[in-house]
Design a protein around this ligand. Structure first.
Ligand code: HEC
Length: 753
């Protein structure tokens, strides 16, 4: 009886302790020595919460730099990797993370001294591929201690003590993330050549490592099936098909043959696992292609869903779709968060509910009962505009809107919500605005073009935090996007296309804008570089390297034929010799396979009739967001009541502060962490600072300029009784300076008590 009672307490408390690995339960001894940050998101529940109390609201002002770990990468611009989006983990006083060039490392978490480093590209046969790696996983059974992490299409198991691959896992320590995708979709085409990677770590449940994926958003996207592998052997254990096959639940939410060509619906943003229930909760992204759904009429399950799966078998327990038939790239952008709140029960009395909260790109927080998927705050199906839509398109007539909490980011663009930064900025933006279509955030994409919110977050990959009292913390962006569609079979701007320019339009325009297209990409789109006159900055060799390796949010294009890459480069450098094609029929504009492979036998790769003009952010003439500030916010929402505790602007631009415009908020990338010391730590802003807020009222207490922008989520942990706060400072985004270090802060020894 007594034992059972203690166990019960322990169970209730463990999720918040941030308990160590599943296998390796904490001992009393280890508690007094260390308090780890053993999983991505802090604990299995994904709360980004720490029970540590050494650093408090009173003493946080005394925080000092405790150590810096310089990866040595990113110093030389020519050898730059990418920004470090990694939230590291700490197990038994060792911190594991990744470098800008995607190496895995282990350092002493108290000193920053390196223990070992693993290079996934050590084998010269392996082409480097750079993409975000947001974290790593730890698993242990006795002395068998492993770090699992993923680069390119490989999932690696690395010995946590030595940094050597575990040869018995998969093939020499690697599992191919194409495993288990099936070939139903790409009949006649090599699935293995399609681009897949996992930017966010999976989750560990007992002896399984459960993985999502990040896939192309174009017609060559593989399906985003969620898969589990045996953590000891790397053997495929189960597959949950997010694009259902005939006979699967959800198959009837698509046209009959859609599964043969449509991919995506992938969980790129991460998941969490409820060990007690044996349920894994995952959020999925939109189906491919993002902005045209004419060939995928229907609700499109399991795209844009929060899905609860039996962690042992991969069987669906429940699902909830947050956007039906997505036409706006409104992926679930961050992992679900397992919280406990007090809500009225069926008898009208308050009761504790174990819930799962999901924030979205367009500012909603959905809160569900973890067992049933029933929303705790009612969700209404609201009628939305369905016209004018592109030919063949059938927008879904309703979309789910939670009654509470109120959205945490802008929902509607009107003249009143446009910038007032300067009269010139307002004129500039108003002019564009009046010449574009605007309206609800559910306006279907059109050739005319529209201004839209919610293509990017809102909430983003940095994730959300929650404290045990049911308060939910989310940072957010207010950004407007310009979405304009074009008929992919005809020419852009009526200019006859060359092979290179049409290949460019198919492969590159989604980010860089259509070739020869005078649009807003050119001047005011800082997220994706303008490639006009790229030849002045980069030579053939440099562009070729970039196309094979990828960099930052630019994917690798090593999967397309070399002659196609050459044609694109020729087009960019204005050195195309091949005659211009006079009509699209003579040009294989839908790349992704060598010509002749995409034959009549298969619909794959899918050739959408409409493509978009690029993911273009709408900014004023000086590059600031076109909407009124705040451009970035930090929000604390009480999920017991659905009411806001506070909302504040997050970050500021030093040059605007000088002009008398403080507290504008900046775009922000990277999430918050909360502690039992009543603090919230977050970096993420363009002013390159790490900040500590009073989590109860949003008051800024401490800030510190990082060596480079901290576009990552911090962690906090203790080693031998000393609490640290650490974060990656990789900079590199949007013209900000590069960095390649991790930094950790702690209180000076005397100030700790
Ligand atoms: C998913 C979005 C995306 C796609 C698709 C994409 N790019 Fe990029 N590209 C980027 C981003 C982001 C950068 C900036 C990368 C960085 O430095 O962090 C970039 C950078 C570049 C640069 C270097 C620009 C400079 O000023 O240094 C070139 C050249 C380039 N891309 C060419 C291409 C070509 C050619 C394609 C198609 C084959 C392509 N990109 C497809 C996002 C994309």
């Amino acid at each position: 009886m007594k034992v059972a009672f203690i166990l019960l307490i322990l169970c209730a408390w463990l999720p918040y302790y941030g308990g160590r690995s599943v296998i390796d339960k904490p001992t009393t001894d280890s508690l007094s020595r260390n308090n780890d940050w053993p999983v991505y998101g802090g604990n299995q529940a994904g709360n980004r919460y720490s029970p540590l109390t050494q650093i408090t609201r009173q003493n946080v002002r005394n925080l000092q730099l405790a150590w810096t770990f310089d990866t040595g990468e990113n110093a030389n611009p020519a050898e730059r990797g990418m920004d470090i989006q990694c939230q590291p983990i700490v197990v038994d006083g060792v911190l594991y993370g990744t470098t800008p060039r995607l190496k895995l490392f282990a350092v002493d978490a108290a000193t920053g001294q390196q223990r070992w480093r693993f290079d996934p590209f050590a084998d010269p046969a392996k082409k480097p591929r750079f993409h975000p790696v947001r974290g790593v996983m730890y698993w242990a059974d006795g002395n068998d201690k492993r770090i699992l992490y993923s680069v390119g299409a490989s999932l690696y198991a690395i010995n946590a003590v030595t940094g050597e691959p575990i040869k018995s896992f998969g093939t020499n320590g690697e599992v191919d993330l194409h495993d288990g995708l099936g070939n139903e979709q790409t009949m006649g085409h090599e699935m293995a050549s399609l681009s897949i990677r996992s930017t966010t770590p999976g989750v560990i449940y007992k002896d399984l490592v459960i993985m999502g994926s990040s896939v192309s958003e174009g017609g060559d996207a593989p399906p985003g099936h969620i898969r589990a592998f045996n953590v000891r052997t790397g053997k495929l254990a189960w597959v949950f098909r997010t694009v259902p096959l005939p006979g699967d639940y959800g198959y009837d939410t698509w046209p009959k043959e859609a599964y043969k060509k449509i991919g995506g619906a992938n969980c790129w943003a991460g998941m969490v696992v409820d060990e007690k229930r044996g349920i894994v909760y995952a959020g999925t992204g939109s189906p491919s292609v993002d902005f045209y759904g004419g060939d995928r009429a229907g609700q499109n399950l399991f795209a844009n869903c929060v899905i609860a799966l039996d962690a042992k078998t991969g069987k669906r327990v429940w699902h909830f779709q947050t956007v039906h038939h997505d036409l706006w790239d409104r992926d679930i952008p961050c992992p679900p968060n397992l919280i406990t709140v007090t809500h009225k029960g069926p008898d009208g009395r308050p009761r504790q509910v174990e819930a799962v909260a999901q924030a979205t790109k367009d500012g909603y927080v959905f809160v569900f009962d973890r067992d049933t998927g029933k929303p705790l705050f009612p969700v209404h199906e609201v009628p939305v505009s369905t016209s004018p839509a592109l030919p063949g398109e059938q927008p879904w007539p309703t979309q789910p809107v939670p009654t509470k909490p109120a959205p945490f980011c802008l929902q509607e663009v009107t003249e009143a919500t446009l910038t007032t930064r300067t009269p010139e900025a307002r004129d500039y933006v108003l002019n564009r605005f009046r010449n574009s279509r605007q309206g609800s955030k559910y306006v279907p994409p059109s050739e005319e073009g529209s201004l839209l919110l919610g293509i990017g977050g809102g909430a983003e990959w940095g994730g959300t935090a929650a404290s045990p009292d049911g308060i939910f913390y989310v940072n957010s962006n207010n950004m407007l996007w310009w979405l304009k569609m074009r008929d992919s079979r005809t020419q852009s701007n009526g200019v006859a296309q060359t092979r290179g320019s049409s290949l460019f339009n198919t492969n590159c325009s989604v980010c860089h804008g259509l070739s020869g297209n005078e649009n807003m990409a050119a001047k005011n789109n800082q997220a994706y570089p303008d490639l006009t006159n790229i030849g002045k900055r980069l030579d053939r060799e440099q562009i070729h390297t970039l196309l094979t390796t990828g960099r930052g949010r630019m994917p690798s294009f090593s999967h397309i034929a070399k002659e196609d890459r050459d044609a694109i480069i020729n087009f960019l450098l204005n050195t195309e010799t091949k005659p211009a094609a006079t009509n699209s029929a003579s040009v294989d504009i839908h790349n992704g396979v060598p010509e002749g492979v995409a034959n009549a036998k298969t619909d794959f790769p899918y050739k959408p009739p409409y493509i978009n003009n690029g993911n273009i952010q709408f900014r004023d003439q000086d590059g600031y967001p076109a909407v009124k500030q705040p451009w970035g916010t930090l929000n604390a929402i009480d999920l017991n009541t659905g009411e806001y505790k506070w909302q504040i602007p997050l970050g500021e631009y030093p040059e605007l502060v000088k002009k008398g415009l403080p507290h504008t908020g900046t775009e922000n990338h990277g999430g918050p962490v909360v502690t039992a010391g009543d603090l919230l730590f977050i970096a993420a802003t363009y002013d390159e600072k790490l900040r500590a807020f009073d989590r109860r009222n949003g008051k800024l207490i401490w800030e510190h300029k990082l060596p480079a922008g901290g576009f990552a989520t911090p962690i906090t942990y203790s080693v031998r009784g000393r609490q640290y706060v650490a974060i990656a400072a990789g900079g590199t985004r949007y013209g900000l300076k590069s960095g390649g270090s991790y930094v950790a802060f702690a209180l000076p020894v005397a100030a700790r008590k």
